[in-house]
Design a protein around this ligand. Sequence first.
Ligand SMILES: [Mn+2]
Length: 342
Amino acid sequence: MRLEKLMEQLPAGSAMLLSAPEDMFYFSGFTGEGYVLLSETLKSIYTDGRYTEQTQKETDGFHVCDIRQMKQDLKQLGIPVYFQEKHMVCSVYSAMVGSEITFLPSGIDFATLRSVKDAQEIKLLQTAAQIAEKAYIETLNFISAGKTEQEIAAYLNYKMACNGGMKTSFDTICISGKHTSLPHGKPTQKKVENGDFITMDFGCVYGGYCSDMTRTVAVGYATEEMQSVYQIVLNAQNETERQLMPGMLERAADSIARKIISDAGYAKYFVHSTGHGVGIEIHENPVLAPKKMGKLQPGHVVTVEPGIYLPDRFGVRIENTVVMEQNGCMPLQTTSKDLLVL
Ligand SMILES: [Mn+2]
């Protein structure tokens, strides 16, 4: 099915040489280093000795070939070979075009090709989300004043691994107090203090698919201002989830959260887009941002993650990942989003 969809986009009698890890995985299951060659009659993986056995185990129906033979094989094929122009090494490109191989940019938008997820992918995304969510709940018991951001981040990462996460989807964000005004701040040796917000943005990979969620919790107490900012972000997050609909433009989805935050007077403190697609990569299509004109479709999986960041003071972000369905969307996370004071 995936393969047919790809071949449809190429002239008959040609081949596709995949080089981007996420696309090689999507079309073959291969996770090593090398290339995946596809045509109507050919399914080959070019790699080296480090990955030979692994490739046989993780792929089905593919010939495992020696990377050193690739150029010779492509020449012998004698048909045009299309490559991924966004992911081609200059030296390989030069070697190919300098030979008799017809080597052409495919012009295929692979991100869009992968944006609608099938049932099997959604199941993996759901499992990845559940693993991370369980780890988060376990981490809540670990958080207390005096612990450092790095300590809490490491504990959360450890719990994701214990629950079956293969690796983190990205470097875990676990920041506290003033640091929470940095949307992508890095955990430091700063100790958590009473009256701090802690923002945790994290996810894990399961079966090749990423999860992504964010929760902001308070330690000890939250001032009235902290509570009020939290409620605005929560309202923006909830309303976006409630209103997302197939057919909606990406920018219209973004504006649901943005309008709520603007109306509350915090427009300039919402400094990023409302959400992004999640799949094999942590940032995929669609992108819920002010200028994006694409349409949401059933099977799209996107984050909804509005935030307010008051420089040098504090910030709040709340994020779920949702699956677009016929009549709205379904969040992959079920953990409460209400303000938690630990
Ligand atoms: Mn995200």
